[in-house]
Design a protein around this ligand. Structure first.
Ligand code: WTA
Length: 646
């Protein structure tokens, strides 16, 4: 990573963007010097039913732990995303939907049309008994109805919990049960890359394990054959037939929950990250404008899935709050071929594309021809998120895709942070390939050593955030103690991100990746503990240990070590069976890339598995295993090295 490779702000951007370098400095300085008035002023960009007079009220200290923003304000998030645009841009496109199959027609919704669809969906939810504060689980393909359902929840004040359509029935059931959701919104089937995903069948299997579930609203997406259960399942097209296209927006306190999104942690089951209404919406709206300098008329494409936080914040809430035209894509970046992304860019004249490094690496591998075959002249900005971007992919994005014209906006953030915390502003920030550059206004990142000492100057350490920002998560659903414990107990008084980082001599931030037991597979978080729990559920498995390993396309892959019950014999068939087992227990993204049978695992005398050693072996770095003398049985290491799966 070269700190010296600098891409200055293009003159046109410096002249025309909302903020130039001096503008950023002033904004950032004010945000930290006088946060109260700074944030109340920023909050005016939202449409409040009652405008707040209090900004941040928070303490990260255990004795007085609390986080709240704009607590006396009232608003409705869906009204901010829809109703307030009707007078000025009712006939402007709000949502463009690009289908999986390029031969099919896109669907387009103006703000007026989207407003009506969301109101109808809201009325269907209400007719099924949903009301303010209820949890509604959404398990949907990437179709417009998923967006309607999400915004409909926001409209009536129900808390949505979107579960990625690639998760298994088991994973879905766990998430339904954890937040006591009685309503599930799903579809007959999903489609991706020409393949069908049996969502309704998965939902049925999940329902069998989630007794609290009472109602399933089923959208007909493909027309595939599905079983409907009397008294529980409702076809959306039937239910929507006789509801009105208007629905009052529920007045919500700024601190009322907007959504829960489950994400993997280093230990235990997935955590229900809870976001608020006012602070979250302000954060995603502001960062969408600051990082991407969104201008009216621009077509904005965030190529994420609504099942992840990136989809929540930058397909829907941020862009719609800003009155943008947002594009949502049903399919895969590489199907029917590696030109598809660029064809979609051309088809809809996309101005800003926001995607993940893993997609870029996959496309890069297929060569520049697929890019050159397209025009891409509509593009003016390119964004990336999800994992550290390797400078090679950065340069390819910049030079080949953007033909040197488009700044690369590398945004570092997390499910927990709501929106981008460290990222460039195109008119203000010179770029360095591989660096997320500098903090957003109000964000106070610091590096600490393992003892919690704050490190200064150009150095590396663990990344913490020293003060609250409006988009910060508020709690873990049902487990406030775990919220404090996970994020605020390691370095008292600070939010611990779980990431390591380096700050260079120019004050630029370089995220180096997770320092906990979370693996980042293709930009998706997977907890090692989750994969291990799935493996040990198998009748023939005694013990499992899972670590991350470098992977050319995915960034990180999953390497599993499995100890079988005595009497069981290792075989290639069993290996395939176990990998498939994880796939069905959690979902394809959790399936181990490599699985090694290990008669013994390297444990300390107190029984703790030494993952450091397992990581080294998985990486193939067996010459520097470090001190193994504290192991209960150092000989297991030789055996593991000998049996390593290359
Ligand atoms: C990683 C996704 C480097 C990081 C928005 C973080 C990144 C985790 C970047 C959160 C980036 C995300 N550069 N690393 N630009 N963006 N990460 O919750 O390790 O799915 O902690 O949120 O992804 O993943 P999550």
């Amino acid at each position: 990573m070269s700190e010296q490779e600098i891409y200055p702000v293009p003159t046109a951007w410096a002249d025309h963007a909302r903020f130039d370098a001096a503008g950023y400095d002033t904004l950032y300085g004010r945000s930290l010097a006088d946060p109260g008035s700074f944030w109340l002023e920023q909050a005016r960009r939202l449409d409040w039913i009652k405008r707040p007079e209090i900004a941040g009220d928070w303490s990260f200290d255990e004795a007085d732990f609390h986080i709240s923003w704009f607590a006396d304000g009232k608003l409705n998030v869906a009204a901010n995303c829809l109703d307030r645009h009707l007078a000025t841009r009712g006939d402007q496109l709000a949502l463009i939907w690009e289908p999986d199959d390029p031969a099919e027609e896109p669907r387009r919704f103006t703000y007026r049309a989207l407003h009506a669809e969301v109101c109808r969906f809201a009325n269907v939810l209400k007719a099924q008994g949903a009301k303010k504060g209820d949890r509604v689980t959404i398990y949907m393909p990437m179709i417009p109805e998923a967006a309607f359902a999400i915004l409909a929840c926001a409209r009536i004040g129900a808390i949505h919990s979107v579960v990625f359509g690639g998760f298994s029935p088991e994973a879905l059931a766990g998430r339904i049960t954890d937040c006591d959701s009685t309503i599930l919104v799903t579809a007959d089937e999903g489609r991706r890359g020409g393949k069908r995903i049996p969502l309704k069948a998965n939902a049925d299997a999940a329902a069998a394990r989630a007794p609290a579930l009472q109602t399933m609203i089923v959208v007909r997406a493909t027309g595939g054959d599905v079983a409907m259960q009397d008294g529980r399942d409702v076809w959306y097209h039937d239910a929507v037939a006789d509801v009105p296209a208007t629905c009052p927006a529920e007045p919500m306190g700024a601190e009322d929950p907007l959504f829960i999104l489950y994400t993997s942690g280093s230990t235990g089951s997935p955590k229900g990250v809870l976001h608020s209404s006012g602070g979250y919406l302000l954060w995603v709206s502001l960062t969408h404008e600051w990082c991407f300098d969104y201008r009216p008329g621009d077509v904005w494409w965030c190529a994420a899935d609504l099942g992840w936080v990136t989809g929540h914040s930058y397909i829907l809430y941020g862009p719609l709050a800003n009155g943008a035209t947002t594009l949502m894509y049903e399919g895969l970046p590489t199907w029917p071929d590696a030109s598809r992304i660029w064809q979609v860019v051309d088809r809809h004249r996309v101005h800003t594309l926001y995607t993940a490094p893993t997609a870029l690496r996959a496309l890069m591998k297929d060569g520049d021809g697929f890019v050159h075959a397209t025009d891409r002249r509509s593009l003016k900005l390119l964004g990336t998120v999800g994992e550290p971007i390797n400078p090679e992919a950065w340069r390819w994005y910049h030079d080949v895709v953007g033909e040197g014209r488009c700044p690369i906006i590398d945004t570092w953030w997390q499910t927990e942070t709501g929106g981008a915390l460290i990222a460039p502003m195109p008119g203000a920030t010179a770029l360095k390939p591989g660096s997320a550059t500098t903090p957003m206004p109000g964000v106070d990142p610091q590096l600490v050593d393992p003892e919690g000492q704050v490190l200064t100057g150009a150095t590396s350490g663990n990344l913490v955030i020293a003060r609250s920002w409006p988009g910060q998560m508020r709690t873990l659903w049902g487990d406030h103690a775990r919220f404090f414990q996970t994020y605020f107990s390691t370095y008292p008084g600070k939010y611990f991100t779980g990431d390591g980082a380096r700050r260079d001599a120019d004050g630029y931030w370089w995220i180096t990746g997770r320092v906990d037991d979370v693996i980042n597979v293709s930009g998706h978080r997977m907890g090692t503990a989750e994969v291990e729990s799935a493996l040990v559920l198998h009748a023939r498995v005694a013990e499992a240990a899972v670590v991350g390993m470098p992977h050319e396309i995915k960034g990180q892959g999953i390497y599993a070590y499995v100890t079988l019950n005595s009497g069981e014999t290792a075989s290639d068939e069993l290996r395939a069976e176990l990998i498939n087992w994880v796939r069905t227990e959690i979902g394809p993204i959790a399936a181990p890339d490599k699985l090694q049978f290990a008669p013994g695992l390297p444990k300390t005398r107190s029984g703790k598995i030494m993952r450091r050693i397992l990581r080294k072996i998985a990486e193939g770095d067996v010459s520097s295993l470090g001190d193994t003398s504290t192991l209960a049985d150092p000989a297991v290491v030789d055996d593991l090295v000998a049996q390593r799966v290359a």
